[in-house]
Design a protein around this ligand. Structure first.
Ligand code: G4P
Length: 534
């Protein structure tokens, strides 16, 4: 296969959802279709240990790097698929957002009984900002679900996007009979739904075949479906692939990941609608074509080793163009140094493997002795390219951090600055005080644990952390005329802080204080998504 053919068949996407919506179950079904795993339950839980046997994995365990399946690669229907995981719950951190920078599209899993939930909302915002296509899978139709129109309405209103129902559920819960496929104008139902949960036989039947449909789903559901189809065809959005690809129209699928219903239909349609690797923008605003012959990649995530005996880290890179070849010399643009990438690995379902070659769209992890930073570019030495860095994401938790041992002032400052520079935390200061009182902002609480652990083990410093009630931060873009930040009329809990470069920020205890600030100070402009780069 030529390099271009290899790139053309790549599909790299992230799965976003709120915990428990069914992301793992859906991923597992994708892997089953791809033949990458043999049994359900292998993605999480004890069974995965059986598969995790590669040498690298042992090394990883010994050295104490947590085994997170950051990216999984598998083949399906001629496509080479890279799924990027966006960890939730305890693992939610700024890295979760950064991962989205490496995806060309996103699959959004929504629990049909719950609709949009907080984590989906946060992750969606980042995808929308990048303008990548978003495909929606509304899951758990085998349980009592909210009205499908209601769910679509919520997506449109809250997210400001159009939706296009690719299929339509035939009832839900105990009465769930399957879906109507709008493209093929047929119903896909199943035999013996409640009898054999995992072995569903799909039965297809055209909507015009009234007699057969009545036999399959009953007259009442058939009539209801015909009404819904008329309503959708008459009143819904038009399908427009360009709007899908620019992230303005989200194709919506209904199904049940657990019962494997509607999953393959989703996967097939999704793959045909998504794009191969997209071009990436450089600092001088030119774009690099993925099919270009030269290899180039950017670092989007760095995972620090938590074992103090081994300070190395793993840098995850998204390949933007060309082909990676193991053993070849590449240029690390930021340091100007050329060398081989050490131990390049890829995650293939459960096993990590050393890769000999990889293509645009793929993600590789390389051992990092401490040279890479988030946003760095690695490329062929002859290629003159430097990708735009990765933006920082607004922290949602803040804490004041003070060193316990005043004799260790230097180490404290060094550690905090270095760890912040790596992008593991963000630090801010009150305008009047320096390094004595540091405000640490994080996206997920896990980042505090990492900070604590690393400060103690790498810099020998303990600190006291006091949580702050704030959860919203905005950068001050412009002030009302003849006003400085300290003259602003703000709610009593709002705090003025600066980042390391001296830029002004306000931190708030809730959205209402943001509104308060904007209403009371005409001409004040605040920005939510920060263009500061790591
Ligand atoms: P997550 O990765 O998004 O957090 O969700 P996950 O797939 O782990 O699913 C969360 C729970 O929802 C699991 O149940 C899973 O079996 C269930 N689930 C997923 N898809 C469906 C579906 O289509 N229908 C129904 N009825 N349930 C579904 P659990 O009891 O928490 O875990 P487990 O013991 O089944 O693993």
């Amino acid at each position: 296969m030529t390099q271009s053919e290899q790139i053309l068949r790549r599909r790299t996407f992230a799965i976003i959802s709120h915990p428990d919506a069914g992301k793992t179950t859906l991923t597992e079904k994708f892997l089953l279709y791809g033949g990458a795993i043999q049994s359900a339950g292998a993605v999480k839980g004890k069974q995965s240990d059986k598969h995790a046997v590669s040498d690298w994995m042992d090394l990883e365990k010994q050295r104490g790097i947590s085994i997170t399946s950051s990216v999984m690669q598998f083949e399906y229907d001629g496509y080479c698929i890279n799924i990027l995981d966006t960890p939730g719950h305890q693992d939610f951190s700024e890295d979760t957002y950064r991962t989205l920078m490496a995806a060309d599209s996103a699959v959004m899993v929504i629990d049909a009984a719950k609709g949009i939930e907080p984590q989906t909302r946060k992750l969606f915002k980042v995808c929308a900002m990048r303008g990548i296509p978003i495909f929606t899978f509304i899951n758990k139709l085998d349980r009592e679900a909210r009205d499908p129109y209601d769910l679509l309405d919520e997506l449109e209103k809250e997210f400001g996007i159009g939706t296009y129902a690719m299929n339509w559920p035939i009832s839900c819960g105990i009465n769930f009979r399957g879906v109507y496929d709008r493209k093929r104008r047929c119903i896909v139902t199943f035999d013996d739904f409640h009898g054999g949960r995992n072995r569903l036989e799909a039965v297809e039947c055209e909507l015009t075949d009234t007699e057969k449909i009545d036999g399959l789903i009953g007259e009442e559901l058939r009539r209801e479906l015909v009404d819904n189809v008329e309503l959708l065809d008459g009143g819904g959005n038009e399908f427009d692939i360009d709007r899908v690809r620019s992230g303005k129209l989200s194709p919506v699928f209904f199904g049940s990941a657990l019962n494997n219903f509607g999953v393959e239909l989703f996967l097939k349609n999704f793959l045909s609608m998504t794009t191969p690797p997209l071009p990436h923008v450089t600092v001088d605003k030119t774009t690099v074509d993925p099919f270009e012959s030269g290899f180039s990649a950017f670092v989007f995530k760095i995972q620090a080793n938590m074992n103090k005996a081994h300070r190395d880290r793993v840098a995850f890179m998204r390949i933007c163009s060309g082909k990676f070849e193991r053993g070849k010399e590449y240029l690390h643009v930021q340091s100007g140094k050329t060398g081989k990438l050490s131990q390049p690995q890829q995650m293939m379902a459960q096993a990590r493997e050393i890769v000999d070659e990889a293509y645009a769209g793929d993600i590789i992890g390389v051992f990092d002795p401490g040279v890479y930073s988030i946003g760095d570019t690695v490329c062929d030495p002859g290629m003159n390219v430097k990708y735009e860095g990765i933006m920082t994401f607004a922290p949602e938790h803040f804490a004041e951090v003070e060193q316990i041992d005043s004799m260790k002032r230097k180490q404290f400052a060094k550690g905090m600055n270095q760890i912040a520079q790596e992008g593991a935390i963000q630090i801010f200061f009150f305008p009047a005080s320096g390094m004595e009182r540091v405000i640490v902002g994080v996206v997920g609480m896990l980042q505090y644990d990492v900070l604590e652990y690393r400060m103690e083990n790498e810099y020998g410093v303990k600190f006291r952390r006091s949580a702050m009630p704030h959860d919203v931060i905005r950068r001050v873009v412009s002030l009302p005329e003849k006003t400085s930040v300290k003259d602003l009329r703000l709610s009593s809990e709002t705090k003025w802080v600066k980042d390391v470069k001296g830029a002004d920020y306000l931190i708030f205890d809730g959205e209402w204080s943001v509104r308060y600030a904007l209403e009371r100070n005409e001409g004040l402009e605040l920005c939510e998504f920060d263009d500061r780069q790591v």
